[in-house]
Design a protein around this ligand. Structure first.
Ligand code: 5GP
Length: 189
């Protein structure tokens, strides 16, 4: 998506060799028009899949998932993050290792909102090692629903996330794929 790549190149900040900050339009301040175009693009790519629910993780995935859901006319469900262990039979739980925070956390989704007949599109802002998506996939499997695809806004192509998800047989669609980061400059594939 050319518009997105231009925004990353002009406003994104590279932190070291493997982190990109896009707080000016995606992760803190949100450019709603851009997110709307992103939602429309995800709809274009997955419109034939009879999606019934958009699934993401709080917090940054939520606005993107909401704009995408508008085009599919389906609800958004987001994994809630918890760092403590509690036993709660009313939720599905999965453990995720955070690439940016370098620590584990649990995500929970109420059993009430995910069902066997749901066809799920997973949406997230970044793809690094694929741990967040794999945690969501684990929850979808617990609910015996079906994942029909994974939509990512910014994929870091030099990290193994895509490989880790594709080897589970899933279609991954990323709107901008970063090839490398060198001397603070972001290069796309
Ligand atoms: P993964 O689970 O694929 O290893 O990492 C993806 C998750 O970590 C995303 O949900 C995102 O919030 C965060 N993340 C990974 N890499 C980056 C990055 O370069 N920049 C930002 N802002 N978030 C990232």
């Amino acid at each position: 998506m050319e518009l997105l790549k231009k925004r990353i190149q002009s406003e994104g900040k590279a932190i070291g060799k493997d982190i990109v900050k896009v707080d000016m339009f995606l992760n803190h301040q949100i450019d709603v028009e851009l997110i709307q175009a992103i939602g429309q693009e995800f709809h274009n790519r997955f419109k034939d899949k009879q999606i019934t629910k958009i699934l993401t993780i709080e917090a940054s995935g939520i606005p993107i998932a909401c704009m995408t859901a508008l085009y599919f006319n389906v609800p958004v469900l987001f994994g809630k993050k918890y760092t403590s262990e509690t036993n709660d039979n009313s939720t599905y739980v999965s453990n995720v290792y955070s690439f940016t925070k370098k620590q584990e956390y649990n995500i929970r989704i109420s059993k009430e909102f995910l069902h066997e007949n749901d066809k799920v599109l997973i949406i997230d802002d970044f793809l690094a090692n694929g741990q967040a998506v794999i945690g969501l996939l684990d929850i979808v499997n617990q609910a015996k629903s079906t994942v029909c695809g994974v939509g990512i806004v910014i994929e870091k192509g030099f990290q193994p996330g895509r490989k880790n998800i594709e080897e589970k047989g899933l279609q991954v669609e990323s709107l901008a794929i970063i090839d490398s980061i060198k001397d603070g400059i972001i290069y796309f594939i």
